[in-house]
Design a protein around this ligand. Structure first.
Ligand SMILES: *[C@@H]1O[C@H](CO)[C@@H](O)[C@H](O)[C@H]1NC(C)=O
Length: 295
């Protein structure tokens, strides 16, 4: 091999390393079994483990729903779950994936999937609680049927922003607006929770559609139990590796222009409700809305 061809091979390898380094999509999670990171929260007998524990199912019947939570508590990271929602008639059911801290002034980051009659669209509701205060609901339709395949729902949380993703497409941003007096979760470790329960008093068409128990058990499927976060004790006030992990790095501190475009596409095409434009509830737009691309 001549000097020049060797040099060009090096260039290609170098270019590959650089492009991987600057790529701002979250790292692909490794497959790990349920028991590595999670434990059931309640109704243990309504959780089924498949594929040696790499897949799990939650069952809801007229007696109870069920749920599971992370063993660890985390301050910042990237948290994802692959979920296949309840198929067929899921009206009245809610499937939730959320992060929450403990205590009265808790922080919380929520995905809630509201079921529907067969063939009618699910709604994805998101919310952010900081210092015990929520009331920041947004609702969208999805651009696919979430009952047909697994899709990845994830949250990026660092000191700069919280981003909700659906299959790596940002559907919501909550920037750190501390300088505007808006609280931002930074010192209360959170656990990750998943659950399936009956909410037919409000979930589907505002509670008009009731759960049809003749269709029970309702089943939601889960995989992807890997967790990328700074694990701490429940009482910790900071993360020991703060600023050093991949989700802390420059490229994850803001969306890039492509991601802002995707977010605007979601806003324009799929929004049902956004607290930022609800002038009955908020005669003045909440201050964080402008920096989150919500106006
Ligand atoms: C259920 O379907 C109806 C009719 O298409 C729709 O108005 C509603 O937004 C859908 N989703 C929920 C959760 O109610």
């Amino acid at each position: 091999m001549g000097y020049y061809s060797l040099w060009s091979v090096c260039c290609v390898i170098l270019a590959w390393f650089v492009s991987v380094g600057i790529c701002s999509t979250p790292r692909r999670p490794m497959a790990v079994p349920f028991g590595r990171n999670y434990v059931p929260t309640w109704a243990y007998d309504h959780i089924k483990y498949l594929n040696s524990g790499y897949d799990a199912q939650l069952l809801l019947d007229k007696y109870t729903g069920t749920g599971f939570q992370s063993k660890g508590s985390y301050l910042f990271g990237h948290f994802s779950m692959d979920i296949k929602m309840v198929a067929g008639d899921s009206a009245g059911t809610v499937t939730a994936f959320y992060l929450s801290s403990l205590g009265t002034e808790h922080d919380e980051i929520d995905f809630e999937f509201l079921g529907n009659r067969t063939g009618q669209p699910y709604i994805l509701q998101t919310n952010v609680f900081t210092g015990g205060k929520g009331d920041r609901e947004q609702r969208i339709y999805l651009w696919f049927d979430p009952t047909k395949e697994y899709h990845r729902y994830s949250v990026l949380w660092n000191l700069y922003q919280i981003v909700f993703f659906v299959d790596n497409i940002p559907i919501r941003v909550f920037k750190n607006n501390k300088r505007m007096g808006v609280k931002f979760p930074f010192n209360q470790p959170m656990k990750i929770y998943n659950s399936l329960w009956n909410a037919d008093d409000w979930a589907t068409r505002g509670g008009l559609e009731k759960t049809d128990w003749s269709k029970a058990p309702f089943i939601a499927s889960y995989k992807g139990f890997h967790i990328d976060g700074c694990e701490t004790s429940v009482e910790a006030k900071f993360c020991s590796t703060q600023g050093k992990r991949w989700w802390d790095q420059q490229e994850f501190r803001d969306l890039d222009s492509y991601q802002w475009r995707r977010l605007r596409w979601v806003r324009r095409r799929f929004t049902i409700y956004n607290y930022c434009s609800d002038r009955t509830r908020y005669p003045q737009m909440p201050p964080e809305c402008r920096t989150n691309g919500d106006y």
